[in-house]
Design a protein around this ligand. Structure first.
Ligand SMILES: NC(=O)c1ccc[n+]([C@@H]2O[C@H](COP(=O)([O-])OP(=O)(O)OC[C@H]3O[C@@H](n4cnc5c(N)ncnc54)[C@H](OP(=O)(O)O)[C@@H]3O)[C@@H](O)[C@H]2O)c1
Length: 308
């Protein structure tokens, strides 16, 4: 019988661990924790809609097990995996080849097992975000001056790199711990004009000045995930012309989105990014576009909440 979560012990003898599972389990999300990931539901809905005889599952992989997990995937017959917290950077180091998007993002979220058994990796977080902005606001990153809140974290870095790669007219990077922006700033400087970047913490004066010269504000901090969290920026700082994208995907309107609503600004939550990073992973594995609306309906179903 199919289990909800498998482990490295199962992966060592995948045939025995998944005997009787039909269709066979040949895709998974690896992470720690991984129990609440909605990726299996999203991908399994797409696989069955397209009649692809494969299922997607969860692998609870602990720190120290990532290299072994990657080495076992070809023999276990995997097509690929998604990687979530905290393994993206280790998977980047562990795949045979990673593309420039993954290198810039500092992590891999999508691995494909190639015909010869080698593993290649990319990150669909940044490109998924770009698609989400297009879908939500009808706008291209190349036309938007962007402020990234929480740019020092994993999602923030992937999004900041995507914005810089797209050539956004200006990029304002905000992080509580300023030192965490330093490696990101060094890497962005390699391909993006330095005079278009500003970096700072949540000091009021910096935020106010930054918001005056930004069009799109993206929350990549975890502020808003817990009930009672404050908004990372106050409604009084937001103008109605701002576009607000909160990468957090929870059932309720996040504090930042409520602040944006109060100011009359357009806002969207992270569901569309979660969806499109998944769509892009699917495209990477199968070379075809999955049914996006089927995947979206699964994520939007009651009870679905943040998980990757
Ligand atoms: N929709 C999607 O597909 C998607 C995908 C990935 C992530 N996300 C969202 O992105 C967010 C970050 O995830 P992550 O993986 O990047 O986590 P992470 O690497 O742990 O980064 C967390 C970020 O939040 C900041 N932060 C935490 N508490 C804060 C506070 N009280 N005030 C100000 N900043 C604070 C951290 O700042 P310091 O560096 O100062 O600690 C850091 O920049 C999460 O809310 C997650 O829901 C969404």
């Amino acid at each position: 019988m199919e289990k909800a979560i498998y482990t490295i012990v199962d992966l060592r003898d995948w045939g025995a661990a998944t005997a009787g599972c039909e269709p066979p389990l040949r895709l998974a999300v690896i992470g720690d924790p991984v129990a609440h990931s909605k990726s299996p539901q999203m991908h399994n809905a797409a696989l069955s809609a397209l009649g692809i005889p494969v299922r997607y599952t969860r692998l609870h992989i602990l720190a120290g097990e990532v290299r072994e997990c990657l080495a076992l995937l070809p023999k276990a017959g995997f097509i690929g995996i998604n990687c979530t917290i905290p393994h993206k950077a280790e998977v980047l180091a562990g795949v045979a080849q990673a593309d420039v998007i993954a290198k810039r993002a500092g992590g891999v979220n999508t691995v494909r097992v190639e015909q010869d058994g080698t593993l290649t990796g990319t990150s669909t977080d940044g490109p998924g975000f770009a698609r989400a902005v297009r879908e939500e606001f009808g706008a291209e990153l190349s036309d938007l001056r962007v402020m990234v809140l929480g740019a020092g974290g994993g999602a923030g870095r992937a999004i900041a790199m995507q914005c810089a790669s797209a050539g956004c007219p200006s990029l304002m990077l905000v992080n509580r711990s300023l030192e965490k922006l330093e490696p990101l700033l060094d890497e962005i400087a390699a391909f993006y004009q330095q005079e278009r970047i500003a970096a700072g913490d949540f000091a009021e004066v910096f935020l106010r000045a930054g918001l005056r010269t930004s069009d799109l504000v993206v929350n990549c901090t975890s502020l808003g995930m817990k009930a009672g969290d404050a908004s990372p920026i106050a409604a009084t700082h937001i103008e109605d012309r701002h576009l607000i994208y909160d990468t957090i995907y929870v059932a309720h309107r996040t504090p930042l989105l409520r602040a944006g609503d109060e100011a009359g600004a357009r806002g969207a939550n992270g569901l569309s990014m979660l969806l499109h990073q998944g769509v892009l992973s699917f495209e990477r594995w199968f070379g075809l576009t999955p049914p996006v609306d089927v995947m979206r309906a699964v994520l939007a179903a009651p009870g679905a909440h943040l998980s990757f």
